[in-house]
Design a protein around this ligand. Structure first.
Ligand code: PDD
Length: 281
């Protein structure tokens, strides 16, 4: 069954979803995106994703492409039309399409809004049982990683390096400290405490991270916000990552060193279970 995709107000068969070669998302990566999980046909952490979208747009001085209500309705319609039970909705907004020039086009073109769905096994993801491997790589990104732009070449290269080394994710390192994964936030656990970098322009403020903080607080799991080095991660009791498409995912090997005996540990298993419960799994 071909998917139904969304392009600027229209629901179309995926083969008909097209945008201009002059789209600034295509030419300049001048756009932002969100990835929201769907479990049992319901959006996970959706308000947080919309809040972050609003912030990303504002930071790039872009307008909302339509009302928040229309974006909400579009998400629901995409779930319905694609009969999506479990997976993700990807949505992207760009500054629109205009003849190529670096400065913002005048008059401002209509923004481009597209969305599509992907079916994924999020809840019973087999990786969550075994845990995944990570490698470290230099963080080559720009200085505004707090904005969820589609400028993802450094993450693409980092992820590819990970795959070629038999790993699932690359943890990026800057000034000797782990920033985050190429498409996820990074955590270690030591003596029962979760350690993760604080929010700044150096990382994306993950919606899954935010939910995790809330759940940890409710259930008495201490989280310390500070940077950590790869060496500290090698010596950790547990490690894990979070993202909308992986939820809370154990990391059992980093740069070929086993973490906590190479098995998902009790803290990450508990946090994943709490997250799944809240997501309605
Ligand atoms: N990536 N850090 C980076 C660099 C990310 O790209 C992502 C998400 C996260 C986690 O954010 P959240 O918990 O809100 O998904 C952190 C998405 C899933 C992606 O690009 O596919």
């Amino acid at each position: 069954m071909p998917r139904t995709v969304y392009v600027n107000g229209d629901y179309l068969p995926e083969s008909e979803g097209k945008i201009s070669i002059f789209d600034r998302g295509f030419l300049f990566a001048d756009g932002v995106y969100e990835v929201t999980a769907v479990v049992n046909g319901k959006l996970v952490d959706y308000p947080a994703h919309m809040e972050r979208l609003g912030r990303s747009l504002k930071e790039l001085r872009m307008d909302w492409p339509c009302s928040r209500e229309e974006i909400d309705a579009m998400h629901q319609e995409m779930i319905r039309r694609n009969d999506l039970r479990e997976g993700i909705i990807y949505m992207q907004v760009t500054r629109g399409s205009a003849d190529r020039s670096f400065n913002f086009p005048k008059p401002a073109p209509a923004p481009t809004l597209i969305a599509f769905t992907q079916v994924m096994a999020l809840v019973s993801n087999p990786n969550a049982v075994t845990g995944v491997k990570a490698v470290t790589t230099p963080d080559l990104r720009w200085a505004r990683r707090d904005i969820k732009t589609v400028m993802l070449l450094a993450p693409v290269l980092g992820k590819q390096e990970a795959y070629e080394k038999g790993a699932h994710e690359a943890w990026m390192v800057e000034d000797g400290f782990v920033t985050e994964g190429t498409s996820s936030n990074a955590y270690i656990v030591k003596d029962g405490k979760v350690i993760t970098r604080g929010i700044s322009n150096e990382i994306l403020a993950g919606c899954t991270r935010r939910a995790l903080f809330r759940l940890a607080k409710e259930h008495g799991v201490e989280i310390v916000e500070r940077q950590f080095t790869p060496a500290e991660a090698y010596a950790a009791d547990e490690a894990f990552l979070t993202s909308a498409s992986q939820f809370v995912m154990p990391v059992v090997e980093i740069d070929g060193r086993r973490i906590g005996g190479g098995q998902p540990g009790p803290v990450v298993r508990r946090l994943r279970a709490l997250f799944l419960e809240e997501a309605g799994a």
